[in-house]
Design a protein around this ligand. Structure first.
Ligand code: IDP
Ligand code: MG
Length: 155
């Protein structure tokens, strides 16, 4: 089972931080059974360079500049979570990119309204998770430890 563990990059965006949703969001990942392996503390105001790199795949989209500005407009809480299928399941927990299409019970479905203020980022594949984790964190900032609840969460 340990071999199937993977990691995802989750970031609470400036609107999520300003609106006081940090605790609620972390709580959902904790309650699910995923394991926190890294978190930037204090929260960081990301540089334009970092954000441009983070969203490089979207560089030709009309909202790219606004997105980079929004993401740099205040502190973000950058985290790495670990668990079985955490990339895919994390995306399900986030909801759709556009909160209007997100079901109640998802983070975006419960806490926000517009696509340009959708409060949270989550990696969309294992490959992009690895890229994003190495962009935001140094290897020594990720901690490996055994969860005492492991055998109560996994068969
Ligand atoms: P994702 O965050 O669900 O993976 P992406 O398509 O990767 O969605 O887009 C990255 C971010 O860009 C979104 O979370 C959202 O903040 C922003 N974004 C996406 N589409 C639009 C748009 O049409 N207008 C404004 N912002 C957008
Ligand atoms: Mg994306």
């Amino acid at each position: 089972m340990a071999a199937k563990q993977e990691r995802t990059f989750i970031a609470i965006k400036p609107d999520g931080v300003q609106r006081g949703l940090v605790g609620d969001i972390i709580k959902r990942f904790e309650q699910k059974g995923f394991r926190l392996v890294a978190m930037k503390f204090p929260p960081v105001i990301a540089s334009e360079d970092l954000l441009k790199q983070h969203y490089i795949d979207l560089k030709d989209r009309p909202f790219y500049n606004g997105l980079v500005k929004y993401m740099g407009s205040g502190p973000v809480v950058a985290m790495v979570w670990e668990g079985l299928n955490v990339v895919k399941t994390g995306r399900v927990m986030l909801g759709e990119t556009n909160p209007a299409d997100s079901k109640p019970g998802t983070i975006r479905g419960d806490f926000c309204i517009e696509v340009g203020r959708n409060i949270i980022h989550g990696s969309d594949s294992v490959e992009s998770a690895n890229k994003e984790i190495s962009l935001w964190f140094k290897p020594e900032e990720l901690v490996s430890y055994q969860s005492c609840a492991f055998s109560w969460i996994y068969e």
